[in-house]
Design a binder for this molecule. Structure first.
Ligand SMILES: [Zn+2]
Length: 253
């Protein structure tokens, strides 16, 4: 349940954006898609009701034509989410498919293969955006993505200040609506609302209002009642003159 106070705080923050004639640009990415499920039906329904397109980060080696058929009429863009979503790091390290344990050549072969496999299955729906599994990739690899056939990149959180690649369209997500440490389920409407409010406040106070901020979902970890709360929050955002929900194609094309 969404409490009135969190909603009021969000509406008050949006009013401040309005006073400053600023428009918040919000975009949406969903990760770990590989097959048609009832959870996929829920996110597709949500995208449809809100008239808001998520970027679907699809795992190439786990996908098949069956998924392509399920997505055929949706018109949703597809990003390349690793190759197999496999971890190559030692047990005590943070998981990564493209982390420090692998050499550049192997990474290159995998990333090129990943895009080819997705393109073979999904055709034109695949866009030039690479999304590393667990949002992790060795920073030194990021500029190489252009050579591997990608003009776009998306991970999570603030961008690294150490990587300068002006030709890469790099748009991260900033709010993850799954509680990975505890329940591995939706954080709830209250928490999602307060995180959006805090993010908006931070952007406004640091004069970063022109930077799109991204919401990250994992449809496999959400049930229909979670999406109902998600839709309620986005209905508030969409009804505000200070918010623009951005199509991923605007960012990555
Ligand atoms: Zn993932």
């Amino acid at each position: 349940m969404k409490s009135d106070s969190e909603t009021k705080n969000l509406i008050a923050e949006l009013a401040k954006w309005s006073q400053e004639d600023a428009i918040a640009q919000i975009w949406w990415r969903d990760d770990d898609l590989s097959r048609p499920t009832s959870e996929l039906d829920s996110i597709l329904k949500t995208a449809d009701i809100l008239n808001f397109k998520p970027l679907l980060a699809v795992i190439p080696n786990l996908s098949s034509r069956e998924l392509a058929i399920a997505l055929e009429t949706t018109g949703l863009p597809i990003a390349v989410h690793g190759l197999s979503h496999s971890n190559y790091e030692p047990a005590e390290a943070r998981k990564s498919e493209f982390g420090p344990s692998r050499d550049l050549h192997d990474i290159k072969v995998d990333i090129i293969q990943a895009k080819k496999r997705l393109s073979d299955i999904f055709g034109e729906s695949v866009i030039d955006c690479f999304v590393p599994p667990w949002n992790r990739i060795s920073e030194g690899i990021i500029p190489n993505l252009l050579d591997f056939g990608f003009s776009g990149f998306s991970a999570f959180g603030r961008k690294s200040l150490k990587v300068h690649e002006p030709n890469l369209k790099w748009f991260n997500t900033h709010i993850d609506v799954i509680d990975w440490r505890n329940t591995r389920r939706f954080i709830g409407g209250d928490s999602m609302t307060s995180q959006i409010t805090n993010n908006l406040k931070h952007q406004r106070q640091t004069n970063e209002t022109s930077e799109p901020f991204g919401i990250l979902t994992h449809h496999l970890n959400m049930i229909e009642s979670d999406w109902e709360e998600f839709r309620n929050i986005f209905t508030i955002l969409k009804n505000s003159n200070s918010v623009r929900c951005v199509d991923p194609l605007e960012l990555f094309h």
